[in-house]
Design a protein. Structure first.
Length: 357
């Protein structure tokens, strides 16, 4: 049994890609015991996203495979599946069938478009889902096409994270009602929710997501990245006037007039760019890091584990031969931890009371 706030919770994960495995990684990190059902002989595709689980191969199209899957589900608290709508029903493992066998089941469904709507059965990926919510249109340089922010905003922020929250919320509610329920977690829905601040701020006239005037989108000279003399980048974000003044003073510049007027931003950005080009990234770190200039070096994925703050926080560890981030968030009394990965789930299922052979 794992350690953490979800210790004792049993979850069945039907193998998928992206947000489903990410959701289960988070839940496993918090102590949930997870059985990942995959195709027979399927390898581990991602040693970080798939960490902390036990695995079993089942042919869900066979009578025996379906029966074994249902036997596992009868012993579980929650389920995570990321197929298109209707696939689990055709396998005989849909919510109606499962909840009939296990009324306490929290049935988590992860899709891009949602379980219903005119696009529900269409193929898609993160970029399409965030395009439909206004998120993608707000990201990029003026006059250029929008820039996809990896698949962080949709798959992981709007998808897997919201599904994990939904499962935790449903498990909490079950303690009062004794009943399970179905979670329709759509990347589309979660991304729209992530945009809530901008929905409100635009209506209130406090912000715009128009790229030429977007304070938080890279248009403002004091909330963007700059190249240094060695070709590496730094990030500055002193939005508040007092933090902005400190940055300007420390870099030896002159505060441009009309700081909050977008018409002045291009010229100010040009002036700052010239200043930041005079030193290397490490030299600017010596000047600005740890001050109220709201500064950080732009690190690569390989560089991040070696940064002194990340090292002091223990943000990355080597687990099973792979450097990876530690569980988040950090709980004071029942902290999560990376659970061991068990390639053969038969022993775990035996403890659940399920025979697999």
């Amino acid at each position: 049994m794992g350690k953490g706030p979800l210790s004792g919770v049993r979850i069945v994960e039907f193998a998928g890609i992206g947000p489903g495995p990410f959701c289960c990684m988070i839940l496993a990190d918090m102590g949930a015991e997870i059985i990942r059902i995959d195709r027979p002989g399927a390898p581990v595709a991602n040693p970080v996203l798939e960490r902390g689980r036990a695995r079993i191969g089942l042919d869900l199209k066979s009578t025996e495979g379906k029966a074994t899957a249902m036997a596992i589900l009868e012993k579980a608290d929650a389920l995570v599946e990321g197929f298109r709508p209707g696939v689990m029903e055709r396998l005989g493992l849909g919510p109606d069938e499962v909840l009939k066998k296990n009324p306490r089941m929290v049935y988590g469904r992860m899709t891009g478009w949602g379980q219903d709507g005119p696009l529900a059965h269409a193929a898609g990926h993160d970029i399409a889902y965030i395009a439909l919510t206004g998120a993608l249109a707000a990201i990029g340089k003026p006059g250029q096409t929008a820039s996809p922010p990896l698949n962080l905003v949709g798959d992981f922020g709007g998808g897997g994270m919201y599904l994990a929250f939904g499962i935790a919320a449903a498990l909490y509610e079950r303690e009062k009602s004794g009943k399970g329920q179905v979670i329709d977690a759509a990347v589309l829905d979660g991304t729209a929710s992530l945009m809530a601040m901008f929905n409100g701020a635009v209506v209130a006239g406090r912000l715009t997501v128009d790229r030429e005037h977007s304070l938080l989108g890279g248009a403002a000279p004091y909330y963007r990245t700059y190249f240094c003399s060695d070709g590496k980048e730094i990030a500055v974000g002193p939005l508040e006037p007092q933090f902005y003044a400190e940055m300007v003073e420390r870099i030896g510049g002159v505060a441009p007039q009309g700081r909050d007027h977008p018409a002045t931003w291009p010229q100010s950005a040009h002036e700052f760019a010239a200043i930041f080009r005079t030193r290397t990234r490490d030299e600017w770190c010596a000047v600005l890091e740890g001050t109220d200039a709201c500064f950080a070096p732009v690190l690569t994925l390989d560089e991040a584990p070696g940064h002194h703050h990340n090292k002091a926080r223990g943000l990355y560890v080597e687990h099973e031969g792979v450097v990876q981030p530690v569980p988040a968030p950090r709980l004071s009394r029942t902290p999560g931890e990376i659970q061991p990965t068990e390639p053969d789930g038969a022993a775990v299922l035996a403890a659940w009371g399920v025979k697999t052979h």
